[in-house]
Design a protein around this ligand. Structure first.
Ligand SMILES: C[S@@+](CC[C@H](N)C(=O)[O-])C[C@H]1O[C@@H](n2cnc3c(N)ncnc32)[C@H](O)[C@@H]1O
Length: 329
């Protein structure tokens, strides 16, 4: 039997859609100045070489790194589908494609095992890795991750707006991104948005007239990985630098980077891309990126009224809380 007290409690706990979205505060958070000072302190790093791209095979390069030296890995390996990097569908104008794209001709499984097995040793305890893969080779990436004892935390789909035209099958317009952790209990994950689906619709941009490697990730995709899985001052490793997208994303957001790229022809493209951005230029405190109260009010009018009555929203602002850093705990 339901007593008066219980009815009262039920009433009080009534679910109002949107309340959690209004209340959400990303913690920790840092102002631009705080992020810059975390970057300058380089607190986590025990690597001699930092903020550099080394032009060598990544397997050999990773073997030369010390134990537990990186906070995050973003890896976009070659597809292994006899892609030359010159396909006009990707670049429109072959003249602008840098030659020497290194594809994997022989055993993709062997290649994948070779580089993924190097990751756990160089990852810090709380580090994670975002590994990009097309669907054709996904099984090898999954198997290699399993053998390396890396745990799959998420299987993300990056949905882009176009794919290679096909006649007798569906056009592939997505990519797989595996979020892997060294330790599923300890990996760093920063919930900077209230509701974060594992499908990321992010547009791929054509950059006609610009010299580039045959494939390039949108910087927004890499920035999403960095935002959710590292904090300012952390070290991000990219074993397959390509055009230097990870380095650009890291520099724009007060993170350090280290990368490998086997194709030396790409050096001037990478240098140019890195030089074209300023340190921290894209960095914005996470609270500033939250949807405006006015936007949430339109979406959840009931929740707005409820929180106004409770005094949680005053003149369209929310309470702020103090900054935090994982290095301080
Ligand atoms: C898919 S692309 C990376 C594109 C990059 N994410 C970007 O946005 O520009 C893969 C890159 O890995 C390089 N590569 C292939 N094998 C390699 C190896 N063993 N070590 C280092 N780089 C390698 C290729 O030359 C190519 O530039």
């Amino acid at each position: 039997m339901v007593t008066d007290g219980q009815t009262e409690l039920k009433k009080k706990r009534k679910y109002i859609p949107g309340v959690a979205a209004f209340r959400f505060q990303p913690e920790p958070d840092w102002t631009k100045k705080q992020a810059n000072s975390l970057y300058k302190r380089r607190k986590h790093s025990n690597i001699d070489v930092i903020d550099k791209v080394l032009y060598e095979d990544c397997v050999k390069g990773m073997q030369d790194l010390p134990d537990e030296c990186v906070d995050l890995i973003v890896a976009d390996p070659p597809f292994g589908i006899n892609f030359s990097g010159m396909e006009s569908i990707y670049n429109r104008d072959v003249e602008f494609v840098v030659t020497g794209y290194q594809e994997i001709d022989d055993d993709y499984a062997k290649f994948t095992d070779a580089w993924i097995s190097e990751l756990p040793r160089i990852m810090k305890e709380d580090a994670s890795a975002y590994v990009f893969s097309g669907w054709t080779n996904l099984e090898y990436v999954q198997a290699a991750a399993r053998r390396a004892n890396l745990k799959v935390i998420n299987h993300i789909i990056w949905k882009y707006q176009f794919g290679v035209f096909t006649m007798k099958k569906f056009v592939t317009s997505h990519y797989h991104i595996l979020l892997l952790a060294k330790d599923p209990k300890k990996y760093y994950f920063h919930k900077i948005e209230h509701y974060i689906p594992d499908v990321w619709p992010i547009t791929r941009k054509y950059k006609p007239g610009i010299k580039k490697n045959g494939t390039v990730l949108p910087v927004e995709v890499v920035e999403k990985c960095i935002d959710f899985s590292s904090e300012p001052g952390d070290v991000i490793l990219d074993p397959f630098m390509g055009n230097g997208t990870t380095a650009v994303a890291a520099k724009r957001n007060f993170r350090h980077y280290l990368g490998f790229e086997i194709n030396k022809n790409l050096q001037y493209v990478i240098d140019e891309n890195i030089d074209s951005v300023d340190l921290g230029e894209q960095y914005t405190a996470y609270k500033k990126r939250l949807p405006a109260i006015e936007t949430l009010k339109k979406r959840y009018p009931k929740a707005y009224k409820h929180l106004l009555k409770r005094g949680e929203i005053v003149h369209g602002t929310k309470r702020r809380s103090r900054p935090y850093s994982k290095s301080t705990v």
